[in-house]
Design a protein around this ligand. Structure first.
Ligand SMILES: [Zn+2]
Ligand SMILES: [Zn+2]
Length: 273
C-alpha cells in the first residue's frame, strides 16, 4: 500500500539543535516515499533564549521560515505546511508568549506539547532519569504530566496535540488502570476540537511502542477526536517512519480518516487511498 493518503506534520529542523538535515532534504525523502504532504513543526523559540538548549532562538524564526520556503521551492510537487511545536507552559508570561508565537507567521497548524512538568524538568530528558526512582514517583510524574496535558488540550491554542503518553518513554508506567490519566485529556480535546497524533517516534525509544497506547486510541475514537499520524522526525531518514504500521493500527482500532491542516483549518481525508 502506498503512503499517498498520509501526511507527516511533525518534522524538526537543525535550528532546534538536536535534529539533522535541512528541510529540503526531508522534503525530497517525503516525495520519494509518496506522502501526500508534510509540515514542519520545529520546537518553537521560548520568550527567553536561555530557557533551554533544545529549541530555536527567537532571532532564528526568519531563518526557519526561509528554510521551509526553500524546501517548497526545491520540491514544488509536494505540499509543505508550516507549523510549530509549542511547549505548553503555565503562567501569564508563558501564556502571553504562546499568543504572540501564533501571530509570528502564517501557520497552517500549531502542535501543543507537554515536556516540562516543573521549571527546568523536561520529563523526556535522560538527564532526569534518576527521578523515576519508584512506584510513588512514577505515579506523581504521570499525574503532573496528564494534568498539564488536559489543560494544554483545554487551552484551545493547538490544532494537534503531540505524543500523548510521553511519560512512558523510558518504560515507566504506573500500576493499575491508566484511563484515570487518559480520560480528562480526551474530554478536553473533545471540547476544544484538537486532533491528537499517533507519534511513531515511540517505536524508536526505550518503551518500543507508538505514542499513544492502543487503549488511548480507542478512547479517542469513541470521543470522535481527529487523528494525525506523525513521525516526529529529527533526521531526514525518519520522515514517514513506520507509517504503514501506524496506519494498520489506526484501521484496526477503527479510525477511517486522518486530519489535514491548512491556514489552521482542518479537513478529514480517508486513511486509505
Ligand atoms: Zn525534539
Ligand atoms: Zn517533536
Amino acid at each position: 500500500m502506498s503512503l499517498s493518503s498520509l501526511a507527516d506534520y511533525h518534522i524538526h529542523t537543525p535550528l532546534c539543535r538536536h535534529a539533522k538535515g535541512r528541510p529540503t532534504e526531508y522534503a525530497r525523502i517525503a516525495k520519494d516515499l509518496g506522502l501526500a504532504e508534510i509540515g514542519f513543526s520545529d520546537h518553537s523559540p521560548a520568550a527567553e533564549d536561555g530557557f533551554d538548549d533544545w529549541r530555536m532562538r527567537r532571532a532564528e524564526m526568519p531563518i526557519y521560515l526561509a528554510e521551509v520556503e526553500a524546501a517548497r521551492e526545491a520540491v514544488p510537487e509536494l505540499p509543505i505546511r508550516l507549523g510549530l511545536e509549542v511547549d505548553y507552559l503555565e503562567g501569564s508570561s508563558h501564556e502571553q508568549w504562546m499568543d504572540e508565537l501564533a501571530t509570528l507567521a502564517p501557520f497552517d497548524y500549531l502542535i501543543g506539547s507537554v515536556h516540562y512538568i516543573a521549571p527546568g524538568w523536561d520529563i523526556d530528558n535522560p538527564m532526569w532519569i534518576g527521578r523515576w526512582s519508584g512506584e510513588a514517583e512514577v505515579e506523581e510524574i504521570w499525574d503532573a504530566y496528564w494534568g498539564l496535558y488536559a489543560r494544554c488540550a483545554a487551552s484551545g491554542r493547538f490544532d494537534i496535540l503531540a505524543h500523548p503518553d510521553l511519560p512512558k518513554k523510558f518504560g515507566h508506567r504506573p500500576v493499575g488502570d491508566l484511563r484515570r490519566f487518559y480520560e480528562p485529556a480526551i474530554a478536553a480535546a473533545r471540547e476544544t476540537g484538537a486532533a491528537i497524533e499517533i507519534n511513531t517516534a515511540g517505536w524508536r525509544k526505550e518503551c518500543a511502542e507508538q505514542y499513544p497506547t492502543r487503549e488511548f486510541l480507542g478512547l479517542m475514537l469513541e470521543a470522535e477526536i481527529p487523528l494525525t499520524i506523525n513521525s516526529d522526525a529529527h533526521q531526514p531518514s525518519e520522515v514517514g517512519a513506520e507509517f504503514e504500521r501506524a496506519r494498520a493500527l489506526a484501521l484496526e482500532v477503527g479510525f477511517t480518516h486522518t486530519a489535514r491542516f491548512s491556514g489552521r483549518e482542518r479537513t478529514l481525508v480517508p486513511l486509505e487511498a
